[in-house]
Structures are given as C-alpha cells and as structure tokens.
Ligand binder design. Structure first.
Ligand code: TPP
Length: 274
C-alpha cells in the first residue's frame, strides 16, 4: 500500500491545531508502514486518549481506541491473543508516561513485542496544556504559571532502564532521523520505544515565548545534542537539552515467544497425564 492509502480520507482535515507536530509524526509512521509492506489485516494501531490519541481516527489499518493511560494494556492483550499481528501503540506523554507510566515500565520490563511511539509535546495538549510528567523544570504551563517546580522524566532513560529491547529519541525538527528510528523500532522483536519530541504551539509554545510553530522547531534544533555529545556534558548542562539518538538496541527473547512456550509445555504435560 502507498503511504496515502493508509489514511482515512473521509476523516480529513486532521483535527489537530495548525502547526502541531502530530501530522509530521503520523506521516513518518505511515511512510514506514509502506516500506515494511504492512497490510490493513496484519496491523493494529492502538491509542489511548489525547490529541495524539486521536491518531487512530486517521489510520486505515485495524485500530483500537482505548482509555486514557491504558493503551499498552490493550496492546499487550492484542499481541498475546494474536502474536502474528504488528501492534503499534501511539500515546501522548500524559497518556503513555504520566497516567500510563506504570503500564509503560511493565510493558518494557516484560519485553512485550509491540512498538510504542510516544509523542512527547511536554504537556497535556487536549485538556488545555496542563503540565505532565515530562514538562521541563521552570517551564510555564496552564497549571504552572510561575514556572514548573518539578523536573520532567527522562522517558527514554526510564524505558531503557525498565528493560526495553529498542529505545530511541528524536524530534520533529529532525524528522528524517525520527523516521529512521520508527523504521528500526517497527522491525525490532521485543518492546521497542520511540520518543518523538514534538511541538504544541497552541499551549506550550504560546506560554513559553515560542508563539510560532517554527519557534518551537528552532528550540529543538538549538537544544538537541547527540547521545555521544551528551556523555561529555555535566548533569546540569544536560538538563535543558534534548538528547537525541539510539539508547538501546539489544536482543532479548520477547514475552509472546516465552508465553507460547509455556502454553506448549502445559499442553504436553496435560497430554502426558501429568
Ligand atoms: C482517566 C482519565 N483521566 C483524565 C482524562 C482527561 N484527559 C483526556 S486527554 C488528557 C491529556 C492528554 O495529554 P497527552 O497524553 O500528553 O496527549 P496530548 O493531548 O498532549 O497529545 C486528559 C488528562 C481522561 N480522559 N481519562
């Protein structure tokens, strides 16, 4: 299928604000679907709730629109019930990493063979730009008017530590690199995770002196450092940077493979009368 054929044309134009990064990330994902010959039948796109959580509306594969923070629980169930499917779970930073943080770390720990793509726009976009678990220190949001007193999660670091097989972070400024990460993640057996730092000009940008979408892209450009360059920075220097690149790419047996082995062992033991 061609990239455009994965889009549900009747649902266009996209619901997202002008200048939002979601369209760029969705397009990159659909280009990867084309390259990998994903079909409608063998692919399930699973989402939770939020602006990015509406992405499944526009994708013409099998889709499942879940509840806020629970997309990975649904994705895990779908994969276990039918391990042949390509399961791609799309979540916002609030959805996937704040309310859904527990599901995220345990899906990574179990090494469930799904690809999770978190669009990290640094706030709860859909509900009015409140701070989320990834909002950077001192940034202004609708619920941190005097500067956020917390520090945001290093999401990729968290998922890597939890045991994922593949972890990369990119930005919508570096969309070609981001697409490469998505392409690699989709092909990885085991839990693969891509964090896409993306602009929310309507809420985050407007309150932080970046009124135009391009201002946010420039912010990403000027503050992105590669994984190797980041190693030479102090913790303080790294704090306000977006460390981009691949963090983890390792071979570990995935959950479905182990689970199927248990099913077979149980069947054999039953047949043997044990
Ligand atoms: C259990 C539950 N709590 C809260 C909400 C309200 N809610 C809907 S979307 C959303 C925030 C979404 O933010 P994020 O996941 O970062 O995605 P974005 O909209 O920024 O793409 C919230 C809090 C909900 N729908 N369900």
């Amino acid at each position: 299928m061609k990239t455009q054929e994965y889009l549900v044309k009747e649902k266009l134009p996209l619901f997202w604000c002008a200048g939002c990064g979601n369209g760029s990330v969705l397009h990159a994902i659909l280009r990867c679907f084309e390259k990998l010959n994903y079909t409608r039948e063998n692919t399930v796109v699973v989402t939770g709730i939020g602006c990015w959580g509406k992405a499944d509306d526009y994708v013409d594969t099998n889709t499942f629109h879940g509840t806020h923070g629970r997309a990975l629980a649904f994705g895990t169930g779908i994969k276990l019930a039918n391990p042949e499917l390509n399961v791609v779970v799309l979540m916002g930073d609030g959805d996937g990493a704040t309310i859904g943080g527990n599901h995220l770390i345990h899906a990574a720990r179990r090494n469930v063979d799904v690809t999770a793509i978190v669009v990290n726009n640094l706030n709860y976009g859909m509900t009015g730009g409140q701070y989320s678990g990834t909002t950077p220190h001192e940034k202004i949001t609708s619920t941190s008017r005097y500067g956020h007193i917390e520090h945001g999660f290093d999401l990729s670091g968290l998922v890597a530590a939890a045991g994922a097989s593949y972890v990369s972070r990119g930005t919508t400024y570096g969309i070609v690199q981001l697409e490469k990460f998505i392409f690699e993640a989709l092909q990885k057996k085991g839990f693969s995770f891509v964090e896409a730092i993306s602009q929310c000009p309507t809420h985050f940008g407007r309150l932080n002196g970046m009124k135009k979408p391009a201002d946010m892209l420039n912010w990403f450009k000027e503050n992105s450092v590669s994984v190797s360059a980041a190693e030479k920075l102090t913790q303080k220097e790294r704090e306000n940077k977006f460390v981009v690149g691949n963090f983890v790419n390792r071979e570990n047996e995935d959950y479905s493979t182990k689970y199927l082995r248990v099913i077979n062992d149980a069947k054999k033991s039953k047949e043997g009368g044990k």
